[in-house]
Write a protein that binds this ligand. Structure first.
Ligand SMILES: C[S@@+](CC[C@H](N)C(=O)[O-])C[C@H]1O[C@@H](n2cnc3c(N)ncnc32)[C@H](O)[C@@H]1O
Length: 248
């Protein structure tokens, strides 16, 4: 992946990086590191290689555990990127069952920017929660700061807490987890939210840990260009097969 970033991706070429890297949760060989230090060294090395590839006005989203994101956030701030959001992905699927702390049911997505990139807030509105109040306001409006406010018909501005069922959860049969082609595919609707918000058609999206290719596939469907790499040949093949299906 370092070699890919150094040799295949031009400097100042990427509008949006959507990076879903290893988490060091030891769920697979590719997710197992000798120590936390080894994991962080690996993480910081790909971030260093990624930074020159970003355009002057660009966005970066990085997935990880909340614990690891605390280190990644500090590193990105030191590198001069602008912090935008600590997005909490509520997976609606407990990923551990501890008896000495609260259940971890979320992952973190760090959103950073460089310069002044696009942010298409209207493209990612979400449903209002308080339906009764909204029904009332739609008819008569609500007085806010001395002005009559009417709800936006496309929903409210998107918050930084995201409810998307994990693919693992969606694919359960009678409550049982099924074997999937990839261990940790991200939900396509969640990746679509990121791509719609932080890029326009024709922009270049990068993902240097493609897995089964969720970001590549969604980018293609939304008319964005894509560049990426994946070290596992089986995952890579799954990704290429799916991309071929879209192009047929
Ligand atoms: C969290 S998964 C990505 C899942 C992907 N977002 C999806 O929706 O399918 C991380 C991926 O990084 C790949 N990977 C790990 N180390 C890598 C490296 N050095 N270079 C390229 N890919 C790597 C793994 O094989 C794994 O598929």
């Amino acid at each position: 992946m370092l070699d890919f970033l150094h040799t295949k991706v031009a400097n100042n070429s990427v509008d949006l990086a959507v990076i879903d890297p290893p988490y060091n949760m030891k769920k697979a060989d590719w997710d197992t590191f000798a120590s936390q230090d080894a994991f962080l060294n690996f993480t910081f090395s790909w971030i260093e290689a990624l930074l020159p590839k970003l355009k002057q006005n660009s966005s970066v989203y990085i997935f990880n555990t909340a614990f690891n994101c605390a280190y990644i956030l500090q590193f990105l701030v030191e590198k001069g990127l602008d912090f935008k959001n600590w997005i909490v992905w509520n997976k609606q699927d407990g990923i551990s069952a501890p008896k000495n702390k609260f259940v971890t049911g979320s992952e973190t997505i760090l959103f950073f920017t460089k310069g002044k990139p696009v942010f298409n807030f209207d493209a990612v509105r979400e449903a209002y929660k308080s339906t009764d109040r909204i029904k009332y306001a739609t008819k008569k409006g609500i007085i806010k700061n001395g002005k009559r406010w009417f709800p936006n018909p496309n929903g409210r501005l998107c918050s930084e807490v995201w409810d998307f069922s994990s693919e693992r959860h969606k694919n359960k049969v009678n409550g049982k987890v099924q074997k999937m082609q990839h261990l940790t595919p991200k939900p396509k609707d969640m990746i679509a939210r990121i791509i719609k918000a932080s890029s326009n058609e024709g922009d270049l999206v990068l993902d240097c840990f493609m897995g089964s290719g969720t970001t590549a596939i969604v980018s293609q469907k939304l008319g964005r260009h894509f560049i990426g790499t994946e070290s596992n040949k089986i995952y890579y093949k799954i990704c290429i097969e799916q991309l071929d299906k879209i192009n047929r």
